[in-house]
Write a new protein. Structure first.
Length: 162
């Protein structure tokens, strides 16, 4: 399996839609109170604006001519104040490997690419959010060396399904 990772291009949009949809469908399944069903969860205009933003980076994993994975990232600056130190962070906003290509090391190679990219930018850390329900993703992130930094908690007051 020859895997190649490169920055996404505008012409990748149609090939990426199934991956964006696969990820979004999982979120809708787990949290229908938060996420809406949408056959096009990432509009082409949004995708292109991310490509044109110097602080956002989308990398694709390719086998042959097929895009089999994607990672969407964003650089963020945390401003120093009396409470916290200044920091530079890369946020992983989305990571998806095609269901037909999972368990082949593609996710590890994509995240390693982001880690190496972060080192070249001299950021302080790579961070991401992951649903508590997504236990396989949590385990995956642990196996590549990531640790839980914090936990978001909620109390739902307006249960729309009740």
């Amino acid at each position: 399996m020859d895997l190649f990772i490169r920055e996404a291009m505008k012409s990748d949009y149609e090939s990426l839609l199934p991956l964006f949809s696969q990820l979004h469908e999982f979120h809708v399944f787990v949290r229908p109170d938060v996420y809406k069903e949408n056959s096009t969860p990432v509009e082409q205009e949004l995708f292109e604006s991310q490509l044109n933003d110097d602080k956002q980076h989308i990398f694709v994993a390719i086998i042959g001519n097929e895009i089999v994975g994607v990672v969407v990232t964003k650089e963020e600056e945390v401003t120093e104040n009396t409470f916290i130190n200044a920091r530079r962070v890369i946020l992983i906003n989305s990571l998806c490997v095609a269901a037909t290509h999972r368990k082949k090391g593609i996710g590890k190679k994509l995240t390693k690419h982001v880690f190496d990219f972060g080192r070249t930018l001299k950021v302080d850390s790579i961070e991401l959010g992951v649903s508590e329900e997504n236990t396989s993703a949590i385990e995956f992130y642990r196996t590549i060396g990531m640790k839980t930094k914090s936990r978001k908690m909620e109390l739902i007051l307006n249960d729309r399904d009740a």
